[in-house]
Design a protein around this ligand. Structure first.
Ligand SMILES: C[S@@+](CC[C@H](N)C(=O)[O-])C[C@H]1O[C@@H](n2cnc3c(N)ncnc32)[C@H](O)[C@@H]1O
Length: 311
């Protein structure tokens, strides 16, 4: 408020002369500062749980490995956003979020634009939830973007393990799961919407997004895990396979961004082929975690992942 009072005193003073366009520009800047301060205080101290569950989601990383993040950065860029576990935890002031999954990005757009309406639609699904209703909604094709977003989060919360998988026609085909509630205690769509107002959203392949990064931006990179000679559990859940050529293309675009001065943190499979891709760049850290995705209990247990820091 003090800044605003000062601005008003200055503009009322008869000894103070400013050209109208300069004054307009100063007031606009002040307006932006005040707006930023207001937004920041709204989200300060709030814990935001990501609204979606996602295969390969990084809640475990957020809880255990904050020390790997850069201390300071300007824009936060996440080219494989999924459930955005790190974005919702860090609550950055400026962000670029992207994914090739257009239903996912449509959901975030609607959450940002109409949080209350979206929540009401989700509650309506929740009230009617049953096996029969799930399959009816799964085969439905809402025409409005809000209807599509509500269907998307309803299916995400009630399908098997929060998976997203589509058939060759692009139709969601995950069976019903064991969760019976589409509403969670942690839901705060209004706050999530406020945070998303700080983000530009894109449905895009990663390369065009990484090419936007400039000096002091932070790029958090969490691609599907593909290794050179091995089909791992993650690729089969993707509509389009993320190939080894994509991993090579990704490494090249990240190295270009790091050379422009962006700070890159990549997570990936801890595999020799991936380590070799980044052998001349940055710092490689092995992360240990317990694995729960595999349906086969013999494949559960502790797995290793790789973090590559380039800055
Ligand atoms: C491992 S998940 C990201 C998880 C995310 N970090 C989280 O916390 O939920 C990988 C994401 O990459 C997306 N994806 C797959 N291929 C892509 C591509 N070529 N460009 C951009 N995104 C892609 C998938 O749709 C998926 O959401």
């Amino acid at each position: 408020m003090k800044r605003l009072e000062l601005a008003m005193q200055l503009t009322q003073s008869d000894t103070f002369y400013l050209h109208r366009s300069t004054l307009g520009c100063i007031l606009k800047c002040w307006g932006n500062i005040m707006k930023l301060e207001a937004d920041t205080s709204l989200l300060e101290g709030e814990i935001l749980v990501p609204p979606l569950k996602w295969a390969g989601g990084k809640r475990w990383f957020v809880e255990n490995h904050r020390k790997l993040l850069p201390e300071k950065y300007e824009r936060y860029i996440e080219p494989f956003v999924g459930s955005g576990a790190l974005f919702f935890s860090l609550k950055p002031n400026q962000a670029i979020l992207s994914d090739t999954n257009k239903e996912l990005i449509c959901f975030y757009e609607q959450l940002r634009a109409s949080p209350i309406e979206l929540f009401n639609k989700l509650k309506a699904h929740h009230r009617k939830h049953s096996k029969e209703y799930y399959y009816k909604i799964r085969s439905s094709k809402p025409t409005s973007a809000l209807g599509q977003a509500a269907r998307f989060i309803y299916l995400n919360r009630t399908c098997w393990n929060g998976l997203y998988r589509v058939n060759l026609k692009g139709e969601f085909n995950v069976p019903i799961g064991t969760k019976t509630s589409a509403i969670l205690d942690t839901d705060n769509f209004t706050l999530a919407s406020e945070l998303l107002k700080r983000a530009k959203l894109y449905t895009s392949d990663f390369e065009a997004i990484i090419d936007k990064a400039r000096k002091n931006d932070f790029i958090f990179v969490d691609p599907p895990y593909t290794v050179k000679h091995n089909k791992n559990g993650f690729i089969k859940y993707n509509q389009h396979l993320f190939s080894w050529d994509d991993q090579i293309r990704l490494s090249k675009s990240l190295i270009r961004a790091a050379e422009r001065g962006a700070k890159v943190l990549l997570l990936n499979a801890n595999h020799t082929s991936v380590r070799n891709l980044y052998s001349s760049y940055g710092r490689r850290v092995t992360l240990e975690r317990s694995s729960v995705l595999a349906a086969n209990s013999q494949r559960r247990g502790s797995t290793e992942e790789l973090a590559v820091q380039i800055w």
